[in-house]
Each structure stands twice: as C-alpha cells, then as structure tokens.
Design a protein around this ligand. Structure first.
Ligand code: AOF
Ligand code: ZN
Length: 371
C-alpha cells in the first residue's frame, strides 16, 4: 500500500472523527477506517461516552473480513478497561495485521500502552500520520490530559472600530445571523460556557444551544454546562438561564449570602465558592475545577470586556474567536477587552490561524503568541 493510500484513508478517518464534534464529551473525537486490499470494509466514529469506541464499531461492520486488514485510527487504540473494553485487544482478536494511528492517546491510562500491546501481538504499527490534523480535532481533550486544565476559547463580537456594546451596554445585534449561527456551533462543541454576572444582568441570556441541526449525528442534544461568575451572588432567581435546560454552576465566594445559596441550590444550581485573588474570583481554581471535576475539554468564554481582560491578562486563553461586523459604534462605545497597558513593549501579540467570512461579517481565529 502506498503512502498516498495511507493519507487518503487517514483523511477519511479524520472526517469521521469530526462527526463526534458535538457529542463525545468528555471523550475525544475518534474515527476509524478498516481497509483490505484497497477497499474500505468498515468505518465508524465514537459518538458518545459510554457507547462503543470507533474501532469495535468498524470491526463489527467488517466482520471476518477484518482478518489481515489495516486499521486507520485518529487516536491510539485504548489499552484500558474504561466504560468499554480495550480497543487494542479487539483489533488483535479480529486479526488486524497493521494499525496506522495519527497520534498517541494523551490519556495517562493509555499513553503508548495501546500501541505497545498491538506491537507485542505482532501487529505492524505506524504512528504519527497526519498528527497535526488529528490534534486539531481534540484541542480540549489533549490540553486536559496534559495539564489538568481545559482548552479555553474566548468568543468576542465587535464593530470595525473594535467596540462590543454601546455605553449603556446595549449590544443586540452587532453581527448578523450567519455569525450568530456559528456561535451556536462554538457553544455546542464546548463542555462549558463561562459568562460573567454583568452580561447576565444586562442581556439575560440562556447560554444554551438552540440550533436543532446541532443535535449531532447521534441525535443527542447535550447542553454544555453553563458557568456564571458572580462573587456577590447578584443573579436574580428569575434569570432565564436558570430556567433553561441544562446544568448551571454559579461561582461565588465563601461569604455569599446563605439564603440565596440555598434558593439557588433548590433550583438545581451547583454553587462553587472560590477564593479571591487580587479581589477577583480565582480563575485558575475555576478552570481546574471544570477540568478535574466536570471533565471539561473545551470551554467557551462569553463575557464582557472586564472579565475578558482578566482571562487574557492572566494568560488563561488558548484561542480567541472574534467576529467583526462592518459597522461603527463610535468612540463612546465599550471596548473589546479591558487591558490597561501603557507601553508598546506590553502589547499582546496574537497569531491568526484562520480567517473566514460569515454573511457580512468576518471571523478571525487567533492564538496568543507564546515566547
Ligand atoms: C479509542 N477509541 O473511539 C475513543 C478512545 O470510558 P471509555 O471506555 O469510553 O474510555 C474513554 C477513554 O478512551 C478516553 O479518555 C480516551 O483515552 C480513549 N478514547 N479510544 O481507542 C475511541 N474514544
Ligand atoms: Zn478504545
């Protein structure tokens, strides 16, 4: 088999993996293609935690044809008993002769042991094919496994003059329906959405996924966890996001009013008291809690300029997605990010990884430049 064929089948496996974009949380998105004599004999993707991994689903399709076949998998086959038995064992039992993987599994429970197991059983291994593409599918899972933190994506919408709202806070709408539909995709792929109490008081958002086409291939609507930073517990019990479907965490301090805490808990809300750091809720403690307790892979920060500034200043942001509308909001309008800098040497440079048009607006995807 030529390396062009290997690329072609791995590209197909990557395409399949991406179908799990909205549904696999907290698991990674994984695709698998089984090939024999140049023909695809089975292909699948992992759809949801607790359900089979990609490999056994593809093996099921291939049946006895899997004997002597090549498996293309976007992530190293697992070697552990989790919610499902090890995929490495299933591939060996089916008589697969060759396994091509895009990347090792960063999960310490696997971390190379799946490949080792296959190799010991006499299976030929190729690892690292299209690794860069495979990493892009699971930025959150990889970050969480490696650092105990989620991958933090910040979404912002601004005018041509870099403004996000009028002085009054009025901001609906700067961008058009196409850009806003894309924000629904960002929400749907996220394990959690973080917002600030200011935005909640101003806009009374639900912060839910409402686009029915984002139910996912598996027909599952998973509402991301919604997280509100509210140190003084100012959220009204009538806030729309409390009534909307899906779990909510309110982050506050130890000294928050007990009666309000109880009332919110009665509504099914998780109250997370955190220490203050420089007078502000400790963002690192929040992110660690989300990764470690709630297994959050990707989180989406949708806040006003002040909280956005704190996330950026403290360097918790892995990616910024900015929608820019061709409109002017004027010099009294609110800025994008509160970041009090005074010297050019303090500027925060970003590196643009993607640029696209959505309707009349453009979307920029940026990553902080790390020196
Ligand atoms: C694979 N193929 O399709 C996926 C893998 O709790 P479990 O049993 O679902 O295991 C979850 C872990 O398995 C997850 O953290 C990751 O290490 C691996 N995911 N592995 O061989 C798959 N989704
Ligand atoms: Zn597996």
């Amino acid at each position: 088999m030529s390396s062009a064929d290997d690329h072609r089948f791995m590209a197909r496996a990557l395409q399949l993996a991406a179908r799990g974009l909205y549904t696999t949380h907290p698991n990674p998105r994984v695709g698998c293609v089984l090939v024999r004599e140049g023909q695809i004999i089975g292909e699948a993707w992992h759809q949801r935690a607790g359900q089979p991994h990609a490999e056994p689903l593809a093996l099921q399709q291939a049946g006895s044809q899997a004997q002597g076949a090549t498996a293309y998998v976007t992530l190293e086959p697992c070697s552990h008993f989790g919610r499902t038995p090890p995929c490495a064992d299933a591939l060996i039992a089916a008589g697969v002769a060759r396994v091509v993987v895009a990347m090792q599994d960063p999960n310490p429970l696997v971390a190379g042991q799946g490949l080792q197991r296959l190799q010991q059983a006499g299976v030929e291994i190729v690892s690292g094919l299209m690794e860069a593409q495979a990493r892009l599918i699971n930025p959150g899972f990889i970050t969480r496994m490696q650092s105990g933190l989620p991958y933090v994506r910040m979404k912002l919408a601004m005018s041509l003059d870099g403004r996000t709202a009028m002085q009054s806070g009025e901001s609906q709408w700067i961008t058009g329906p196409e850009a806003r539909a894309d924000v629904q995709c960002l929400r749907a792929r996220s394990s959690a959405i973080i917002s600030g109490i200011e935005s909640v008081l101003l806009d009374d958002p639900q912060l839910t996924v409402r686009d029915p086409s984002l139910l996912g291939e598996a027909g599952i609507l998973r509402q991301p966890l919604r997280v509100v930073l509210d140190s003084q517990l100012r959220i009204p019990l009538s806030a729309k996001l409390l009534a909307a479907e899906g779990p909510v965490i309110i982050v506050t301090t130890e000294t928050a009013d007990t009666r309000k805490v109880n009332a919110l808990q009665d509504l099914g809300v998780e109250i997370l008291p955190l220490p203050l750091r420089d007078g502000q809720l400790d963002l690192e403690a929040l992110l660690r809690h989300l990764a470690q307790v709630h297994q959050c892979n990707e989180v989406l920060v949708e806040t006003g300029a002040r909280l956005a500034g704190s996330f950026v200043a403290q360097q918790w942001v892995n990616e910024i997605v900015i929608y820019m509308a061709p409109t002017l909001l004027g010099s009294d309008a609110r800025p994008l990010i509160d970041l009090p800098l005074t010297q050019m040497s303090q500027q925060r440079r970003l590196h643009m990884t993607d640029l696209r048009q959505f309707g009349k607006d453009i979307r920029m995807t940026l990553q902080p430049v790390t020196e």
